[in-house]
Design a protein around this ligand. Structure first.
Ligand code: URP
Ligand code: ZN
Ligand code: ZN
Length: 473
């Protein structure tokens, strides 16, 4: 065997990138794409992809894995089950959150989070930070040092008592992002309005899961989105609004863009495929499964989200996987109780179903192009968070992270998913495709039937400068 021999050739692929679709063989050596072309020499191993579309492995830039919670609640997925599930759904890179607890050093949160990932992650991973306690030490020393070490994005919350920052604190954090070249992600919901509405609902005895959506109407997202935009304008730094749910927040983002502001946006499958009715049409507790924030809206808003995916309003499409089991005292029934909606852990699982849902309904359903699919699910998240071109594309020199698609009818069935959650909100949904193979750095980690990767093979990826930031001299 010569030194230049290929380890693997994926033959006759219909390769899709964010810009083109072309037919070729993909030659892989040492975990990277070494050659793209017709009639490549034989590899040590060969995979025939004739007639099948091959896309870059997905980059899920918003998911929560093994994030410490206040007891008795505990996330169902750790780095093993979460990344296994991601791989089986075509995702080859995840960017979960190292979350600072109030009173904790941010660097300590990062050390803790590395410990949670090491030896468990089956695919490559980077970390965003969650800044919940921007002390002078964090702002002046820890955050700049962490940015220089490859943690170049962080999330700030405008809601949730244990995480939220006030406007002055957000300005301080945005200022650090501007000075040191990081990207701030914002969870935009008005905490005071939510609390006021929640108290009124509770006083009226309206505590079933469905009232969660009434406590967080679009207005509270609209107001906070506009405020976040104003704060970013004041500091003169781009921001990315995460998990945008519908028309009112979108209108604010379009307004910002029309005024020349750098405001980017993310949306998630729950805003395309669920509505507030999934939280319940009566007082049944079943709807706790779909309690997430912001809540899903209605069919008309789903259409508006589809429009935004097609026309460039959205930069990234992420899962916001936040895994809590339904029938579990550590999950949606804390302590084993059916609790008022205020106490239901927020979030739904979605790492494994993100790509198949968008490929089936978006690409094969004729709503978005294949190029747009690749852009939203892989290329843009890799660029936005400083991982491109190593991740997010199929190009010579990139990691050989690939998805070979099987186009066939199937129904989503939680028993076939690989997360540790006891439900999926998308149970029974008819799909037109699922990954037939997922390759991570040239290794098959999902063969269409079974998970074939290994715990601990995933590598930590320090992130470079997010490409959405302006070049400052
Ligand atoms: O309900 C949600 N989205 N849970 C996850 C945490 C967050 O705010 O993203
Ligand atoms: Zn959030
Ligand atoms: Zn989230």
């Amino acid at each position: 065997m010569t030194a230049n021999a290929l380890d693997l050739v994926v033959r006759n692929a219909r390769v899709a990138t964010a810009s083109d679709t072309f037919d070729c063989d993909i030659g892989i050596r040492n975990g990277r794409v070494a050659l793209l072309g017709e009639g490549l020499p034989a590899g040590t191993r060969e995979i025939d992809a004739a007639g099948r579309t091959v896309t870059p492995g997905g980059v899920d830039a918003h998911c929560h894995l093994d994030q410490p919670m206040e007891g008795p609640v505990k996330m169902a997925d750790d780095f093993l089950t979460g990344t296994r599930s991601a791989a089986c759904g075509g995702t080859t890179t995840v960017i979960p959150f190292a979350a600072q607890m109030k009173g904790q050093s941010l660097e300590a949160a990062v050390v803790d989070y590395h410990g949670r990932a090491e030896g468990k992650a089956c695919i490559d991973y980077a970390f965003h930070l969650i800044v919940s306690d921007p002390t002078p030490q964090v702002l002046a020393t820890e955050l700049p040092r962490l940015i220089s070490q490859g943690y170049t994005s962080f999330k700030v919350y405008m809601t949730y008592d244990d995480l939220k920052l006030d406007d002055g604190q957000i300005l301080d954090v945005l200022d650090v992002a501007r000075t040191h070249g990081a990207l701030a992600m914002v969870h935009a919901e008005n905490a005071d309005c939510i609390e006021w509405l929640t108290k009124r609902l509770e006083a009226a005895g309206r505590t079933a899961p469905r009232w969660h959506a009434h406590a967080r109407p679009m207005l509270v997202e609209r107001e906070a989105t506009h405020r976040a935009i104003a704060l970013s304008e004041l500091v003169d730094v781009p921001i990315l609004i995460v998990h945008v749910s519908g028309r009112e927040a979108i209108e604010q983002i379009r307004w910002a863009r029309a005024h020349g502001l750098s405001v980017f946006a993310e949306t998630c499958p729950q805003y395309l495929f669920l509505t507030a009715e999934d939280l319940g049409i009566d007082d049944s507790y079943q709807g706790a499964r779909c309690v997430c924030s912001p809540p899903p809206r209605d069919k008309a808003n789903q259409e508006i989200i589809w429009d935004g995916l097609g026309d460039g309003l959205f930069t990234v499409f992420s899962s916001d996987h936040a895994p809590f089991r339904y029938d579990d005292p550590q999950g949606k029934k804390p302590g084993g109780e059916e609790v008022p909606f205020r106490h239901i852990p927020n979030g739904i699982p979605g790492l494994e179903t993100r790509l198949p849902l968008l490929y089936s309904e978006g690409v094969l359903g004729g709503r978005i192009t294949l190029q747009k699919f690749v852009e939203l699910t892989a290329t843009n998240p890799a660029k936005a968070y400083g991982l491109h071109p190593r991740k997010g594309t199929i190009a010579v020199g990139s990691d050989a992270d690939l998805v070979v698609w099987d186009e066939r009818a199937l129904a989503i069935d939680n028993r076939r998913l690989h997360h540790a959650v006891d439900y999926t909100p998308y149970e029974g949904m008819q799909l037109k495709a699922w990954p037939g193979l997922t390759l991570s750095r040239g290794e098959v980690v999902w063969d269409g039937t079974s998970f074939t990767g290994q715990a601990g093979r995933g590598k930590f990826l320090p992130c470079g400068t997010p490409s959405l930031l302006p070049k400052r001299t």
